[in-house]
Design a protein around this ligand. Structure first.
Ligand SMILES: Cc1cc2nc3c(=O)[nH]c(=O)nc-3n(C[C@H](O)[C@H](O)[C@H](O)COP(=O)(O)OP(=O)(O)OC[C@H]3O[C@@H](n4cnc5c(N)ncnc54)[C@H](O)[C@@H]3O)c2cc1C
Length: 270
């Protein structure tokens, strides 16, 4: 039985302590990336920027993976931005979901990319690569982000131009939304770069921080622990290299129980 067909009989098989939510829409961006929205369970609370475990029943067993919740905490639906790994145990099936299908979600969310883990500052940088933009898709739609920071700079680096579309569309949607655009004003800036194609802004974000081009392009001063805060989400190497640059600028890493100047979270394991 396929994973999707199996979902028809999912209601009966949903493990205890797990929600089974209905897919509402699916948008495919590239052969490797898609977004989906699903119903939000009654009583499910999370902080913008957190991740949850989502899954599907495959061959009679649930398969779960960590996923950043890409929608903000006030949204009545849940949004996710996903990779499609050709042989990936979960995403080889997840990439085929359609509206009406069921997706499992464990009841607890957690994570370090939350506003509470940062000390007050003026400018918030969100550094992301690939699907690492997902937690920031949540945070840039949360009014609290703009109550706490005067300027929010979201950087998104991908290999190809087509992979930037989710982030670009997101910012356009915020600007077109009557309520959000009033809250966000001109505080939010998106800085998209690619590493393998020609584009107005090119290169790895770590190189662009190191050589100062990021700051020159944005017309802002270099990183300063007195004013700037950071959140980083990407591959293990991207986290390590970006973290080193923030530390070199005098910033220290924080956590939920010890807020500080920047926080990090892996976009995937491996
Ligand atoms: C805290 C956390 C949050 C995450 N949030 C998301 C999210 O919002 N969206 C998302 O698509 N994935 C996210 N992931 C990764 C996710 O948990 C799965 O790994 C992914 O969905 C693939 O699942 P799979 O079972 O198909 O393949 P897996 O067996 O899990 O992965 C196979 C291989 O694919 C590669 N890979 C996995 N995920 C990615 C990715 N996102 N980008 C690039 N390469 C990848 C890795 O090399 C991995 O070894 C997150 C992981 C963690 C730890």
């Amino acid at each position: 039985m396929t994973a999707i067909a199996e979902n028809d009989t999912l209601e009966a098989a949903v493990p205890a302590g797990v929600y089974a939510e209905t897919v509402l829409s699916v948008t495919h961006y590239t052969d490797h990336l898609f977004r989906f929205r699903m119903t939000r369970p009654d009583g499910f609370r999370f902080r913008s920027g957190e991740f949850a475990m989502i899954g599907l029943m495959v061959d009679g067993k649930p398969i779960y993976r960590a996923y950043s919740i890409a929608s903000p905490s006030w949204d009545e639906q849940l949004e996710f931005f996903s990779i499609k790994v050709p042989d990936g145990p979960l995403t080889q099936h997840l990439q085929r979901i359609q509206p009406g299908d069921k997706v499992l979600m464990r009841k607890k969310s957690t994570g370090t990319l939350v506003l509470d883990a940062l000390t007050p500052g003026n400018r918030l940088y969100m550094f992301s690569t690939g699907t690492g933009i997902a937690p920031f898709a949540s945070l840039i739609r949360d009014p609290e982000t703009y109550e706490k920071f005067e300027e929010v700079i979201l950087t998104h680096t991908c290999r190809e131009v087509a992979e930037l579309k989710y982030g670009i569309d997101l910012v356009a949607e915020i600007k077109a939304d009557e309520m959000l655009s009033e809250i966000v004003g001109d505080k939010l800036r998106l800085y998209s770069t690619v590493t393998r194609e020609t584009y107005p802004f090119m290169g790895r974000i770590t190189d662009l921080i190191e050589n100062g081009k990021l700051f020159a392009d944005l017309g802002v001063p270099p990183l300063d622990p007195a004013t700037d805060r950071g959140m980083i989400c990407g591959s293990a190497i991207m986290l390590k290299d970006t973290k080193a640059l923030l530390e070199k600028a005098g910033m220290t890493e924080g956590a939920n129980n010890k807020p500080s100047e920047f926080v990090i979270e892996r976009a995937f394991v491996g």
